[in-house]
Design a protein around this ligand. Structure first.
Ligand code: TXA
Ligand code: MG
Length: 318
């Protein structure tokens, strides 16, 4: 793939930084990642420091192709091969038993590792040129709104990282689907960019355990939190009347309410478009000087399931 001179320069710098054990923010098709050489535990430790991420929350390892992932895991069962063949490169992360070569800091001491092949050309080129797997969580401070543009990363992390590779807005806009392949059939740990329906079309019915905290270690209930309090519902609750409220919805505005700001994620009602706009809209509302955000739950199908998961975690808990 041919890149612009600006991207070429950034890629060259990025490779030098990664090879020296530093951190680089880079675009993927889902969200921006904060990457380090996954085989260098000192480098990976810096990710936890910069993000202020608890060390019990393991990272995803990004590789260039299925063969590269096979070198990092004890076994790559047939079902994982089937999933990889269908969805890699793309927004699907597979949890498998790891080889010793993956440092414990990457996997929070678990005997398993989460792996994916991203489909963004800049991410793939970076992995290829670094010649190492990249451990990368989303490039935001722990618990905050995920970044889908280089500007989002800059706002949150500029002072603490050396380089942000700017690949423009992320096309999928929501993190990868995480599937555990430790048991058969696999178990859905986090809904994401590959809808559950597509996985079930391939494998038949699978269990979803993402509602239960504790299964996927990073699935903490307070995640993706805007600074402005966010409430779920279809109309402004009585305690927020007279306040400055922003609305986040799919394709229509509640008729009886009036809002200081409105973000409709897909006026045509297309879930993939809504997912692509979701985090950007949340960032804008959060910066909008509002007293609160009212967000309407999405249809719980396709990518709507992943959007709802993020909304529930972003919302105020009773
Ligand atoms: O799309 C994505 O997945 C983005 C881009 C950058 O690739 N990354 C991302 O990373 O969302 P992060 O750290 O925000 O989320 C990683 C998720 C967490 O829910 C974590 O618990 C889960 O993957 N995970 C990582 N290793 C795991 C393991 N060994 N077992 C179970 N879950 C694991
Ligand atoms: Mg994250």
């Amino acid at each position: 793939m041919k890149f612009s001179t600006a991207i070429e320069n950034q890629l060259n710098q990025a490779v030098t930084i990664i090879q020296k054990g530093g951190l680089v923010a880079f675009p993927t098709e889902t969200v921006y990642g904060l990457g380090a050489n996954a085989l260098n535990s000192n480098a990976v430790t810096k990710i936890f420091e910069v993000k202020n991420r608890p060390v019990f929350d393991p990272l995803i390892v990004h590789v260039g192709c299925m063969e590269e992932s096979e070198a990092l895991v004890e076994s790559f069962p047939p079902v994982a091969k089937q999933l990889a063949a269908a969805f890699w490169p793309g927004p699907l992360t597979l949890v498998l038993y790891k080889k010793k070569i993956i440092p414990d800091i990457v996997t929070a001491g678990f005997p398993t590792v989460a792996i994916r092949v991203p489909s963004h050309p800049i991410a793939l080129e970076l992995i290829h040129r670094c010649q190492c797997p990249l451990a990368a969580p989303s490039a935001n401070r722990f618990g905050k709104i995920s970044p889908t543009t280089a500007q989002h990363v800059k706002k949150d992390l500029e002072t603490s990282i050396e380089l942000i590779l700017d690949g423009g807005p992320c096309s999928i806009g929501i993190e990868s689907t995480v599937l555990s392949c430790l048991q058969h059939p696999p178990v859905l740990l986090r809904p994401g960019g590959i809808p559950l329906e597509q996985i079930e079309k391939l494998l038949g019915p699978i269990h979803s355990q993402f509602e239960k905290t504790g299964l996927s270690p990073g699935q903490l209930p307070d995640h993706y939190m805007p600074t402005t309090p966010l409430y779920l519902g279809k109309s402004i609750p009585p305690f927020l009347v007279q306040k400055k409220i922003g609305f986040l919805g799919f394709n229509s505005i509640p008729v009886l309410d009036s809002f200081a700001a409105v973000e409709l994620l897909s006026p045509k009602g297309i879930l993939s478009e809504a997912a692509a706009h979701f985090f950007s809209a949340l960032h804008r509302l959060d910066q909008g000087g509002l007293d609160a955000i009212l967000a309407e739950p999405f249809p719980n199908v396709g990518l709507g399931m992943a959007i709802n998961d993020r909304l529930y975690k972003a919302a105020q808990k009773q």
